[in-house]
Design a protein around this ligand. Structure first.
Ligand code: ADP
Ligand code: ZN
Length: 439
């Protein structure tokens, strides 16, 4: 199916700041942020004192690498408000991370933080061409998760009409797109596929819908999934990235060039490090993404280890933004599975599965430990009924996919083809890995 064309625009002149000016701004902001946290957050006061660093010691933004890291465990150890730099009376909002990897962490915002966040999401929506003429159907979850309210305030800032439907109830999503003439769809990429499936099963051709662009994020997705979504919905699918500890959605956003996400680095200074040694890595190399949030008031985290794996792309972008880009998230440093001693990332499996024209972009990875204490990997993936119902075809495809996975991963695994809709759908972040090992 043809994909509609969109024209983005630049919301904030800061997005085109020349590099030397950006570096100067970042340094000033970092120094003033350090002064603030050294005064108001005992955790940072002690850390900086132990490292023997005062804000004035930083001569250039490259000196960022001398500062100590902040880990998710620091937020947990100081749960809920221990790292906050502002008293409760100045907070106007609390959120929590979705707890993908354990107990949630609580994050807070002052009025200025909400204003900043709204403007950053407005930048992101503007990059996708969203204007006051648009109707934004926001199918990210509302509540403690930052996705829903984050997009909400950004859309209002632009003056677009927001439809705060939240996730789920796919039939109603489709009805609202049609009846309210929604032009922008915001949700997780996996939920975009659920909507696309429902459209197909109801015989609604996407070209008849008013949608013009989709803004998808909050979970990892591959280039292959992007093509599937674009093909099935007929709209460009742009990637938006964020995490609650940094601010929420609106940390980085793709422009219509679709060549990585511009990081709003005047507020969140990015670095890529080697997750094992903590050493900084040069641009272009894949490692762990680290952010320093230099302008936030309530929770200004320094060198926060996101555990997300990606690389920075420094080359100019045709859209005119000078802001550094990050590649799509290639996984989390902690979503790596170790199967019989081999490191396996779910994204590697997804890439193989989606190369096959015969499987659907719906899969689950099961890990079990046998009585012999060996780990077994089973990949369950959906295929059309015509394939699954034909036992020869099914057997052949299972063998072929297992072989391809074997050569991509370096370990053997079983593939089980199942029929349409057999894998449970999610209206938020998809659950791709089920680890049954008791270790
Ligand atoms: P949690 O860590 O509990 O899931 P959040 O709800 O704040 O907390 O989710 C943030 C995480 O979601 C990021 O660290 C990242 O792993 C993932 N994420 C967000 N946006 C994207 C995206 N566009 N692509 C890949 N992963 C993303
Ligand atoms: Zn660009």
């Amino acid at each position: 199916m043809g994909v509609k064309q969109i024209t983005g625009y630049i919301w904030d002149e800061a997005e085109r700041l020349p590099r030397n000016e950006m570096r100067k701004l970042q340094l000033e902001r970092l120094q003033s942020c350090l002064t603030r946290v050294a005064k108001s957050v005992p955790f940072y006061r002690d850390k900086l004192a132990n490292a023997g660093i005062t804000p004035g010691d930083l001569g250039s933004i490259d000196d960022l690498a001398r500062l100590p890291f902040t880990y998710k465990s620091d937020l947990r150890d100081n749960y809920p408000f221990g790292l906050f730099a502002k008293p409760a009376s100045e907070l106007v909002r609390l959120h929590a991370s979705s707890g993908t990897t354990g107990k949630p962490t609580v994050v807070g915002y002052t009025q200025n933080d909400i204003e900043l966040w709204s403007n950053l999401v407005a930048r992101a929506l503007a990059a996708a061409g969203v204007t006051s003429e648009d109707v934004v159907q926001n199918a990210y979850g509302y509540g403690l998760f930052t996705g829903g309210l984050g997009i909400h305030y950004g859309a209002e800032k632009i003056g677009a009409t927001i439809v705060p439907v939240s996730g789920g109830n796919t039939q109603r999503q489709i009805m609202l797109i049609q009846d309210l003439s929604s032009t922008v769809l915001c949700c997780t990429p996996s939920y975009a596929l659920v909507i696309a499936e429902a459209l197909a099963s109801e015989g609604i051709h996407p070209a008849t819908l008013p949608l013009k662009v989709g803004i998808f994020g909050a979970e990892p997705w591959s280039e292959e999934i992007r093509h599937q979504i674009q093909d099935r919905l007929g709209i460009p699918a742009l990637n938006i990235y964020g995490l609650s500890e940094v601010i929420g959605p609106g940390v980085a956003m793709e422009c219509p060039q679709q060549v990585g996400m511009h990081i709003f680095e005047d507020h969140f200074i990015p670095e890529i490090i080697d997750p094992d040694t903590g050493e900084s890595l040069p641009d272009g190399q894949v490692g762990e993404l680290v952010f320093s949030c230099v302008t936030k008031e309530a929770l200004p985290l320094i060198r926060y280890r996101t555990r997300d794996r990606t690389r920075l792309i420094r080359e100019e972008c045709a859209c005119g933004r000078t802001m550094v880009r990050m590649d799509r998230i290639l996984g989390r440093t902690d979503d790596m599975l170790i199967i019989r001693g081999v490191n396996v990332f779910p994204s590697q499996i997804e890439t193989v599965l989606l190369r096959s024209a015969e499987t659907e972009p719906q899969y689950q990875i099961l890990v079990d430990r046998g009585d012999n204490h060996l780990d077994y990997l089973t990949v369950v993936v959906e295929a059309p009924q015509s394939t699954v119902g034909d036992s020869d075809r099914r057997g052949q495809l299972q063998t072929d996919l297992a072989q391809e996975l074997n050569s991509a991963l370096g370990i053997s695994c079983a593939v089980r083809l199942v029929g349409p809709q057999e894998i449970q759908r999610s209206d938020g972040k998809a659950i791709r890995v089920i680890d049954n090992r008791i270790i």
